[in-house]
Write a protein that binds this ligand. Structure first.
Ligand code: ADP
Ligand code: AMP
Length: 243
């Protein structure tokens, strides 16, 4: 894109982008963390928050899956743990996030989705931000009972290139197995099975719940009722972020 000649960009696209930047210029900076077990709705709410506040959406799971698909050295290192539903090493994900936060799209802040997942990751994130004179503004805790998650996870369908998420029962695509926007095929994640979900939930309770305590002590955690329908969760998020 660096070599795009603006004269070749259709006026309609230019105008849309200009309007977006104009709208974004009046938005406050925000640095947010979304924390919750797999299937709690973080990926569903992220694009809505991203558009409203002009933030970038950084999902370590999406980045790692892209690295696995591209068979990069990082992907090769991460694959085994991901297939088993275990966490990959702290150093690996901290490196990815450090790099990703430098993107121009993160200028007004970011939504971290699926990171930090251990207290060590949270401490490293704080150190990174401190160097830039920045800090996390809010941690949205997608609180939900484990019992609800199996149905959500096993019914999930994804459009890999955009990250759009569907559900056979709760958010079906217009044509089964096909993305509404591009018409491209949807996929199911290899780790979205009842068996792997057990390990992922175990990792969440043992390693990630302490992260919620870590930020609670700083007084920046907002608890959401993530078992409610998607629109109600969006309303809760809007309420928290407008405060
Ligand atoms: P996460 O990113 O936290 O793993 P997702 O946002 O991908 O979770 O949601 C998991 C699945 O549940 C998806 O198929 C999604 O369409 C569906 N889903 C998301 N939020 C809700 C909700 N509030 N009620 C019912 N289903 C939901
Ligand atoms: P997710 O897409 O968030 O469900 O993540 C999928 C998988 O990627 C997890 O089960 C982990 O193996 C790995 N992963 C994603 N984010 C992290 C993280 N912050 N720390 C360690 N492992 C991660």
């Amino acid at each position: 894109m660096a070599n795009t000649n603006l004269e070749d960009v259709p006026s309609e696209n230019l105008m849309t982008e200009l309007l977006r930047r104009f709208k974004c210029s009046s938005k406050p900076d925000k640095r947010l963390i979304l924390v919750g077990p797999p299937g709690s709705g973080k990926g569903t709410q992220s694009p809505i928050i991203k558009d409203e506040y002009c933030l970038c959406h950084l999902a370590t799971g999406d980045m790692l899956r892209a690295a696995v698909a591209a068979k990069t050295p990082l992907g090769t290192k991460a694959k085994e743990a991901m297939d088993k539903g275990e966490l990959v090493s702290d150093d690996l994900v901290v490196g990815i996030i450090d790099e990703a936060m430098k993107k121009p799209s993160c200028q007004k802040g970011f939504i971290l989705d699926g990171f930090p997942r251990t207290v060590v990751q949270a401490q490293k994130l704080d150190e990174m931000l401190e160097k830039q004179g920045a800090k996390i503004d809010k941690v949205l805790n997608f609180a939900i009972d484990d019992a609800i998650l199996e149905e959500r996870i096993t019914g999930r369908w994804i459009h890999p290139s955009s990250g759009r998420t569907y559900h056979t029962k709760f958010a079906p695509s217009k044509v089964p197995g096909v993305d509404d926007v591009t018409g491209e095929p949807l996929i199911q994640r290899k780790d979205d099975t009842a068996a792997v979900l057990k390990s992922r939930l175990d990792a969440f309770h043992r390693q990630t719940e302490p992260v919620i305590d870590y930020y609670s002590k700083k007084g920046i955690v907002a608890n959401l009722h993530a078992e409610k329908p998607p629109k109600e969760v969006t309303s809760q998020v809007e309420k928290v972020l407008s405060q």
